[in-house]
Write a protein that binds this ligand. Structure first.
Ligand SMILES: Cc1cc2nc3c(=O)[nH]c(=O)nc-3n(C[C@H](O)[C@H](O)[C@H](O)COP(=O)(O)OP(=O)(O)OC[C@H]3O[C@@H](n4cnc5c(N)ncnc54)[C@H](O)[C@@H]3O)c2cc1C
Length: 260
């Protein structure tokens, strides 16, 4: 076994094709908006495109009902959040790799179904020959707890190795089907805290909800740490869409606008 720390990496983000956006705006008469646009943040720009499409509010007068338009993106997106126009945020999907996170965490994470996609390392295919495990700081400082916990983990790990040997999984010409069958069985003897890797994608509407609910004081210890990191990454990535959160002393991310 070895000790690990949960990690979150942001590996993908929205990307706009401004030439195609320009071609569309040529048709509806909104090119002035694009000329003013700062092209450094595609995610925020995509949110703005989604919102302005709804009211044709690229410029005053394109829709006779619209006589004034906001020209500042921060103010525009703040109004999207404040008015709960959250469907606009569903266009913006971000992709993460969560590594060294426990199966306790991923079991809770997959309960968030709306606006997400997940691919998790499979213990039907990937054989456990080592048990990576995260211990919180407070547990690491408890000598007796650590001695007993590590002994238990080493026991489970050697049972994994024994089973692989017992089933002859590394013998010559063992069909992959047989390896998969036995590996599937063997994972039943792994602890729920064994760590794993998952690619997780979520749109901004979902991210706002999950960051709030999974950093709440009542949420589980590891998931709070991990979604606190997701919050930090997203605040850096799209400040106009995540800048309204207050982080409490206890680490809870509390938004100004809930459930947009
Ligand atoms: C602190 C904490 C403790 C928890 N404890 C437990 C527990 O003890 N046992 C347990 O089983 N679970 C528990 N959960 C999980 C919880 O019940 C939810 O399943 C999980 O948080 C997913 O959130 P969600 O329902 O908002 O779904 P998401 O998929 O994140 O959906 C987002 C939103 O979309 C809407 N939505 C989604 N699906 C539907 C639908 N089918 N119909 C109508 N509207 C929908 C809802 O407004 C929902 O909030 C806990 C969660 C937290 C944060």
């Amino acid at each position: 076994m070895h000790f690990v720390q949960p990690e979150v990496r942001l590996i993908g983000r929205p990307s706009l094709d401004y030439e195609e956006v320009a071609a569309y705006l040529e048709e509806v008469g909104g090119k002035g908006w694009l000329e003013r646009l700062d092209r450094t943040n595609d995610a925020q720009n995509l949110a703005e495109i989604g919102g302005r499409t709804c009211y044709r509010s690229w410029e005053p007068g394109l829709n006779p009902n619209v006589t004034r338009v906001r020209t500042d993106q921060d103010a525009y997106l703040e109004n999207i959040l404040a008015s709960s126009h959250g469907s606009v945020l569903e266009h913006l999907t971000f992709n993460f790799i969560f590594s060294n996170v426990s199966r306790v965490l991923t079991h809770e994470q997959v309960r968030h179904r709306v606006g997400t996609a997940i691919s998790q390392e499979s213990l039907r295919f990937v054989r456990l020959d080592d048990l990576p495990f995260w211990f919180p700081e407070w547990a690491q400082q408890d000598g007796e707890l650590m001695t007993r916990a590590v002994r238990l983990l080493l026991d489970m790990e050697s049972f994994q190795l024994w089973m692989a040997d017992h089933f002859g999984l590394d013998d010559e010409n063992v069909p992959f089907k047989e390896k998969k069958h036995k590996t599937s069985f063997m994972r039943r003897f792994a602890p729920e805290g064994v760590t794993t890797t998952a690619v997780w994608s979520a749109n901004v509407r979902t991210l706002r909800h999950v960051i709030e609910s999974r950093t709440a004081e009542g949420a589980e210890e590891e998931i709070r740490i991990v979604f606190g990191k997701v919050g930090e990454l997203m605040k850096e990535e799209a400040p106009a869409l995540f800048g309204d959160y207050e982080v409490t002393e206890g680490g809870a991310w509390v938004p100004s606008w809930r459930k947009v």
